[in-house]
Design a protein around this ligand. Structure first.
Ligand SMILES: Cc1cc2nc3c(=O)[nH]c(=O)nc-3n(C[C@H](O)[C@H](O)[C@H](O)COP(=O)(O)O)c2cc1C
Length: 173
């Protein structure tokens, strides 16, 4: 039977919600992943930086901008042994400066995605998918990167219906 992996990056702590800064315990992307876990049978892997960005939003913004500019590949806390057992990887991440967080690039470049399907899901506050699908194709050559689902991060808790439709249109439901 086809196996699916949900690989996600998400940051809790201080974030921007409709004009105000607020500290949260669970990041927006993780909220969406928690909804997905209820809908499909999938393994889940958290893409987590060994040296995480600051809990302070404005500092995090600068750190992530520096990593993008330098094409950094931040080390992760752990790595799956392999992805051979999966045909589909749902890749969920926040839009950082118009593309994927560099830790997601670290994850992608570690494995051979040839022949695998990647379904990108990008939480954001207005930029949609940005250029993230293009970056994913560059980091995972040979993967079949499907049209992604943009989700408004601050409304992540209400994304269930859209997520369901997207999973269904990709044959996962
Ligand atoms: C470093 C950083 C850069 C961001 N850049 C963008 C951006 O370019 N466009 C956008 O719409 N939102 C941007 N955002 C907002 C996040 O994409 C949004 O809040 C997302 O839902 C956060 O997901 P998380 O809580 O799972 O980490 C940025 C947030 C951070 C922290």
């Amino acid at each position: 039977m086809a196996k699916t992996l949900i690989a996600f990056f998400s940051r809790a702590d201080e974030n921007y919600f409709g004009g105000a800064m607020r500290y949260v315990k669970v990041g927006n992307t993780e909220i969406v992943c928690d909804l997905m876990k209820e809908m499909i049978d999938a393994d889940v892997f958290r893409i987590e930086m060994k040296d995480p960005y600051s809990p302070v939003y404005m500092t995090c913004i600068e750190e992530a901008k520096r990593d993008l500019r330098e094409k950094a590949r931040p080390e992760l806390v752990s790595y799956p042994d392999g992805i051979d057992g999966y045909d589909t990887v749902i890749l969920a991440y926040p839009n950082y400066w118009g593309t994927i967080p560099m830790a997601v690039a670290t994850f992608l470049e570690r494995y051979d995605f040839t022949g695998k399907t990647i379904l990108p899901l990008c939480t954001n506050e207005g930029s949609g998918m940005g250029g993230s699908e293009r970056t994913i194709k560059q980091c995972a050559p040979g993967a079949n990167v499907k049209k992604g689902l943009p989700v408004t991060g601050s409304d992540a808790g209400n994304s269930g219906a859209a997520v369901k439709r997207w999973l269904s249109s990709n044959g996962l439901l």
